[in-house]
Ligand binder design. Structure first.
Ligand code: CS2
Length: 457
């Protein structure tokens, strides 16, 4: 037996489930319907629907693979969300995802969904590389032509032509100034084809900033097998996460939004301090644990944070980052760093370091390099981040296995062509391979190069 609308009633009694009618309008089209969205924004939206809000069903879009579509189609879009802490497990079935479309075969259907009067928000968790930015931050048009931009552009053109209201584009990815970046890149795309449309977009659509936070490890076959025994039925779409969840959103929606704030989302005027703390402290420490932890032979985040040497490093990286952040209202950075250490120690999540190590070229600018640049300007050294950079360079040399990064080949060539003394400059110097706000001084450069020789962390 498999989870679906017909089998919902057969679930164990302690599994919460949607009781609302799911025959209602698609108010949201979401690009990147992976585990993170299903454990985060879909949860908030599901709770709004449970309370009786209507017409906020989510049409999920996969840009590349049909896996999520194939898993959720036989389940009518239903899936279980399992919150795991060291102490217990809580389960609920989420009903907010009404369909999953795949960008190739369903291209026109996706355009029609966004162009329909029901649609009010197009949201995105397409990962850092999904925004298709060139090294100077501008839109890489060749790449963008294969991403979400043409689909969104065609749909917005229809809305303009039909006199429909604008919509909100909502980036839920770990970029600094994610709303501003999405707005600027979309505007670049539209302006290259149709200046009227670019102006309409400017006038009628918005792209608020968001900070999203929930740790969602990739689901494993083992997780699914254990869950099936517990549910008495299979669920190929299940996602496993931690109890913690945070969503800070700039209140600037073009055409309405669900009352996510009734379920814990914080609507604020300025997302920046929350976003900066999250990127530089949580994600910054995550990347450090990933590159240094893999080299030290660990597999999971909870193992790395239990290693005293890495624990000290993560704490001092957070302290380095904290010194660059002016807290927002109600934000306590000391408490935040304590909470993060506690969350990283959750051993029931089995969060693989390899998952975090992916796509480092796209992640480390906002996680480490902005902190480094600001501290260097103030005359401060950042030894923990520099240790992280050395471990990342060793990682891309292949010290801890295969590299999963859109720039993997270019990074490997940088090692092959320039060796230990030249790879640092090839990657980080002005005009180097990655998009960097940091111009390394001689001392930092020497520290990293010296650390490349070490066998230990
Ligand atoms: C992680 C994030 O994979 C990664 O790079 O650092 O996905 C992290 O788990 C989330 O941002 C937590 O909100």
């Amino acid at each position: 037996m498999r989870l679906s609308a017909n089998t919902l009633a057969g679930l164990p009694h302690d599994v919460a489930r949607p009781a609302y009618s799911r025959e209602q309008g698609f108010g949201i089209v979401h690009f990147g319907i992976g585990a993170f969205h299903r454990a985060h924004q879909a949860w908030y939206t599901d709770h709004c629907l449970r309370k009786g809000e209507r017409d906020w069903m989510i049409s999920g879009v996969s840009l590349r693979s049909a896996t999520v579509h194939d898993r959720l189609l036989p389940q009518d879009g239903l899936y279980t969300l399992i919150e795991r802490s060291n102490a217990n497990e809580k389960m609920e079935v989420i009903g907010a995802v009404g369909e999953v479309l795949v960008a190739g075969p369903d291209r026109q259907a996706i355009i029609n969904r966004i162009a329909a009067p029901d649609c009010r928000i197009a949201s995105f968790t397409v990962t850092e590389k999904g925004y298709c930015r060139a090294a100077d931050g501008s839109l890489d048009f060749d790449n963008a032509a294969r991403g979400f931009y043409p689909i969104v552009g065609e749909a917005l053109a229809i809305r303009m032509k039909q006199g429909l209201p604008g919509i909100t584009l909502l980036s839920c990815d770990n970029l600094s100034g994610n709303g501003k970046q999405l707005h600027r890149l979309t505007a670049e795309w539209l302006a290259s084809g149709n200046s009227d449309l670019a102006q309409w977009f400017e006038d009628k659509c918005t792209a608020p900033e968001t900070m999203v936070d929930r740790i969602v490890p990739a689901t494993t076959g083992n997780d699914l097998a254990r869950l099936a025994a517990r549910l008495g039925m299979g669920d190929e779409g299940a996602v496993f996460t931690e109890p913690f969840s945070q969503w800070v959103v700039e209140d600037g929606f073009a055409n309405g939004r669900p009352s996510w704030d009734h379920f814990g989302a914080q609507l604020v005027a300025d997302v920046r301090p929350y976003e900066t703390a999250k990127l530089r402290m949580l994600n910054g420490a995550h990347s450090l644990l990933a590159y240094c932890g893999l080299i030290a032979g660990h597999e999971f985040v909870h193992e790395a944070i239990a290693d005293p040497r890495l624990n000290r490093l993560a704490k001092s990286l957070m302290a380095e980052a904290m010194a660059t952040i002016t807290p927002g209202p109600g934000q306590n950075l000391d408490r935040y760093s304590e909470e993060l250490l506690h969350r990283f120690a959750n051993s029931s999540l089995n969060h693989r370091l390899e998952q975090i190590a992916m796509d480092g070229s796209q992640k480390i600018p906002q996680r480490w390099l902005e902190t480094l640049a600001e501290r260097q300007d103030q005359g401060l050294a950042s030894p923990s981040i520099l240790t992280g950079i050395a471990c990342w360079l060793r990682h891309i040399r292949g010290d801890a296995g295969k590299i999963d990064d859109p720039m993997a080949d270019r990074l490997a060539n940088a090692w092959a062509e320039h060796g230990k003394s030249g790879v640092f400059d090839r990657v980080f110097a002005a005009g180097g391979l990655i998009s960097s706000p940091w111009t390394p001084n001689a001392e930092s450069r020497a520290t990293v190069i010296a650390a490349l020789d070490k066998n230990q962390i």
